[in-house]
Design a protein around this ligand. Structure first.
Ligand code: NAD
Ligand code: DAU
Length: 331
């Protein structure tokens, strides 16, 4: 297939591109704005993949990336960090809303055979017991998840109104190589390796449904190949775990001193628990292959080995972000 992967220089997007090029022999073009979260380095081992630097909300940039045509568009491009959406929602509304709209219009103009929107379990809100199915109501809590929910509804409207062959994948919390260290797992790994405080929000008993990034990529591939247009597919990880248990395991795996764990002020509007029922994508033949215990070990190992990848990040924009986000919270 010839694929346009938007946001392909980010965490999940770059892992997906690697999977498609190496395992499926796809021809891939990446369109990415290279925000703080997008990095050329994430695709450094894939020199054959052209990178168009541009905004998904810019019609001309999207047309340039599509060029003579693509079989499918897979859209990962988004502002993705909940804490940033609470502090500064603006870019979330523009990229996740207006950007998705421009891609849908381009898919229509170019008569693309498939459009896959990458979405999130956060659009369902929080669930104390049981799991969300694709039929569960959309009740997002943060500006991030609301902007993603709005995008999902727009995608479905293009299927119903214009017959655009669009599909949606809603993933649970991803982790693995190349994840920007603002997110829980890489932040805790790098802080633990440096002996810095490990800031746990609230009581640390919030539960996330962890999905190894390659499993998500394989799931998206199943939906791309076998999904039914107009349908939503949940892609949930095999294991759930309270945040504090994740942090304690990272302390063990890095050999850090447990006293660096520090409980800090909670995130406003913090969702207590996410959990996805994934029977629908299982019926397409997908199954998660990596259990959390194994995936976390692999991830810690990757960050141990890839100082060259994270060192430039920790000394750049990230320092200022970290100070704004944690400076006053940490004792
Ligand atoms: P990320 O922040 O690592 O990457 C986002 C990428 O999008 C970056 O490369 C960035 O440069 C690019 N981008 C941002 N704004 C853009 C714009 N206007 N035009 C073009 N490119 C732009 O995010 P991620 O964690 O890899 O998430 C990818 C997608 O998966 C997102 O849509 C997110 O909502 C969804 N998702 C993430 C998770 C998770 O746990 N990380 C789980 C489920 C779904
Ligand atoms: O569920 C899928 C979503 O997972 C994606 O759609 C989002 O793009 C992605 O950012 C992620 O959202 P979360 O808010 O769940 O992930 P985050 O890594 O920010 O936080 C995970 C949990 O850890 C959450 O309960 C908040 C908590 N946390 C996070 C950070 C960064 C802490 O306790 N301390 C921290 O420093």
């Amino acid at each position: 297939m010839r694929l346009l992967v938007c946001g392909g220089a980010g965490f999940i997007g770059s892992n997906f591109v690697r999977l498609r090029v190496r395992d499926h022999g796809d021809e891939v073009v990446v369109l990415d704005k290279l925000t703080y979260a997008g990095r050329r380095e994430n695709l450094a081992d894939l020199p054959e993949v052209p990178l168009v630097v541009g905004d998904i909300a810019d019609r001309e940039a999207v047309d340039e990336a599509i060029g003579d045509g693509v079989d499918a568009i897979v859209n990962f491009a988004a502002e993705t960090h909940v804490d940033r959406s609470i502090a500064e929602p603006d870019a979330f509304i523009t990229t996740n809303g207006q950007g998705t709209y421009q891609l849908l219009e381009a898919a229509r103009r170019h008569e693309v055979e498939r459009y896959v929107q990458i979405s999130t379990d956060e659009v369902y809100g929080s669930i104390e017991v049981g799991s969300f199915t694709e039929e569960s109501p959309i009740v997002p809590s943060s500006p991030y998840s609301a902007s993603k929910a709005g995008a999902d509804l727009l995608v479905l409207s293009y299927f119903h109104t214009y017959g655009l062959p669009a599909l949606i994948c809603r993933g649970s919390n991803n982790y693995g190589p190349y994840q920007y260290p603002e997110k829980l797992i890489p932040l805790m790994i790098l802080n633990a390796l440096h002996g810095d405080p490990l800031p746990v929000y609230g009581d640390g008993m919030q539960v996330r449904n962890w999905l190894y990034v390659e499993d998500f990529g394989r799931g998206i591939g199943h939906v791309l190949a076998h999904g039914t247009p107009g349908e939503v597919y949940n892609v949930g990880g095999p294991d759930e775990c309270p945040n504090i248990e994740v942090v304690k395991r990272i302390v063990e795996l890095t050999g850090a001193d447990p006293s660096i764990i520090e409980y800090v002020a909670d995130r406003p509007g913090h969702d207590r628990r996410y959990s996805l029922a994934s029977e629908k994508i299982r019926a397409l033949g997908w199954e998660a292959q990596v259990r959390f215990e194994e995936g976390l070990e692999r991830t810690v190992q990757w960050y141990r080995e890839r100082r060259d990848w994270w060192e430039p990040i920790r000394s750049g924009e990230y320092r200022e972000y970290y100070e704004r986000q944690y400076g006053r919270r940490l004792s």
